[in-house]
Design a protein around this ligand. Structure first.
Ligand code: ACM
Length: 522
């Protein structure tokens, strides 16, 4: 018996989808007709379907499953050679399934990769399993799908500084992002509690900064510790391979190196980077905001530029995140050297060193052809060349976009997955604060209501955050991430969708997550 196709329950919802009776059958004889530039998409299709289906999907000039690039279809109104559809942009695709043929086309290779994920979701959920299935014929329902994302930036941030995860888990994490057409994997590599990327010019960053003696138990300020050392760091080869793996799935890995605050691990490794070069510090074992920050002497700026040179070597991402949030300025106020630097730079006072510092390092990123990104404290404090991630207050999104920044809306009440997802007392310990339930994520519009068209155009999209103070294991990461990330992916790709429609599609989608072994919230 061939496996029956599921009722179409695509997540995120395609822009336009019409389903027809009948199906196309994928079996051992199905061959791929691969147009110029479509080979990476063909390879991804094979890779994704191989474990469960074992289908070879050989290339053949008369294959009935066609993958084709049609560059002319990228621009609005651009007809393209394959038939009159424009406006597909970087990520859009058109998928037609008939009983005797499948045609997947896009203007850009990334669009084909997005379409492959839709093909995968159209197959029975068992096709997503990691284990061979006793099925030889796989049915795709006949369909006409035209799909273009609402926002280019649909991100997910994972904090591997508070709790390290091996690169094997990061690959699985990327696979799950790609299933949901998430475009950016924001990798939070450094913080007070750990530095996870090796830097050849400063080996102690990981040798010393990659390990802490223990971790605070419970929330910031609790005063109790677990007594268990925690540490880990990637190799450069692992990160390079992660980038390749994510690129093959259409996911950009954006690295984040925190500065000038959230740097305690770096200061433990190199005290001379601080405001008290003679002071020995430990890698922080507490949670919360640490008051030790980088100094503002030339050595520190050179250090940051040197680190970023190595980071940019490994990560081709057009965006490089420099952190920037929660930087107490007390050390600068009390430092004669910092006050002198502020005066020499013509700043109003030591507090202004925050924007000055990020501006200096941001210039270096721009000189290297990349775009600096920073967390907003108000939306009005970062240098103009920064792309701004707003997280504290929805009003900051409007402020930053009106100032001319490109903005990613990461409002904590709708996108922070470290908050509990229900008020059930049986929920595991979560970041103290509000409940962020599935509906809050689904309903969050990244574009502020008061934005005019120009300002709205500067909102690149939205992003989920998972800070991991209380999230040590992959199982816990997946419990907090799914299904809430499905809702964020839908909002970012599809725009506003009907809640009950989303819920019923999500019920079907859960079978896919189960087939993949995702340890999601019930
Ligand atoms: C943040 O929540 N530290 C941006």
């Amino acid at each position: 018996m061939p496996a029956q196709p599921p009722a179409p329950t695509l997540v995120p919802r395609p822009t336009e989808a019409a389903f027809r009776p009948g199906h196309f059958t994928l079996d051992a004889d199905t061959a791929l007709r691969i147009g110029e530039g479509a080979e990476p998409a063909a390879q991804l299709l094979r890779t994704l379907l191989a474990p469960a289906t074992g289908l070879p999907l050989h290339p053949s000039p008369d294959g009935r499953f066609t993958l084709a690039l049609d560059p002319g279809s990228g621009e609005p109104g651009g007809g393209g050679e394959l038939g009159g559809f424009g406006g597909l942009g970087e990520e859009g695709y058109v998928l037609t399934v008939d009983p005797d043929a499948v045609l997947l086309r896009a203007a850009h290779p990334t669009g084909l990769l997005r379409g492959i994920q839709t093909v995968r979701q159209l197959l029975p959920p068992a096709a997503l399993s990691a284990n061979p299935q006793r099925v030889t014929r796989w049915l795709l329902p006949c369909a006409d799908i035209t799909d273009v994302p609402r926002h280019p930036w649909r991100g997910a941030m994972l904090d591997v500084a508070r709790h390290f995860q091996p690169v094997s888990y990061l690959r699985r994490y990327v696979d799950l992002l790609a299933l949901h057409k998430i475009s950016v994997f924001h990798l939070h590599l450094t913080d007070d509690q750990g530095w996870r990327m090796p830097i050849a010019s400063h080996p102690k960053l990981t040798e010393i900064g990659g390990h802490r003696a223990e971790s605070q138990r419970g929330p910031a300020g609790s005063g109790t510790y677990d007594g268990i050392p925690h540490g880990g760091a990637y190799t450069r080869a692992e990160l390079t391979e992660l980038v390749r793996y994510a690129t093959a799935r259409g996911v950009t890995v954006m690295p984040e190196i925190e500065m000038p605050g959230h740097v305690r691990a770096a200061l433990a490794a190199y005290p001379s980077l601080g405001n008290h070069p003679e002071r020995a510090l430990d890698v922080w074992t507490r949670w919360g905001v640490c008051d030790t920050v980088l100094g503002v002497h030339d050595e520190v700026l050179d250090f940051c530029r040197g680190v970023l040179d190595e980071v940019m070597d490994v990560f081709p991402s057009p965006y490089i995140h420099l952190g920037g949030e929660e930087c107490p300025t007390g050390e600068w106020t009390h430092s004669a050297a910092a006050r002198e630097r502020a005066a020499a730079e013509g700043l109003s006072g030591p507090e202004a060193l925050h924007g000055w510092f990020l501006g200096k390092v941001g210039e270096h990123v721009v000189r290297n052809g990349r775009k600096p990104v920073g967390w907003a404290e108000t939306g009005a404090e970062l240098p103009p060349e920064f792309t701004v991630m707003t997280w504290r207050d929805p009003a900051h999104t409007l402020t930053a976009a009106r100032r001319g920044h490109s903005v990613v809306n990461a409002h904590h009440r709708a996108t922070y997955l470290d908050y509990a997802q229900s008020d059930d007392p049986k929920e595991p310990q979560a970041q103290p604060g509000a409940v962020v339930d599935l509906r809050a994520v689904h309903d969050h519009d990244p574009v502020p209501e008061k934005a005019d068209a120009e300002v709205a155009g500067r909102v690149l999209g939205t992003q989920a955050q998972l800070w991991t103070e209380f999230v040590p294991t992959p199982a816990h990461i997946e419990y907090l991430t799914y299904p809430r990330l499905c809702a964020l992916a839908e909002r970012g790709w599809s725009g506003a969708t009907d809640w009950s429609d989303f819920r019923s599609r999500l019920d079907g989608h859960m079978a896919r997550l189960d087939a993949l072994g995702v340890r999601h919230h019930p």
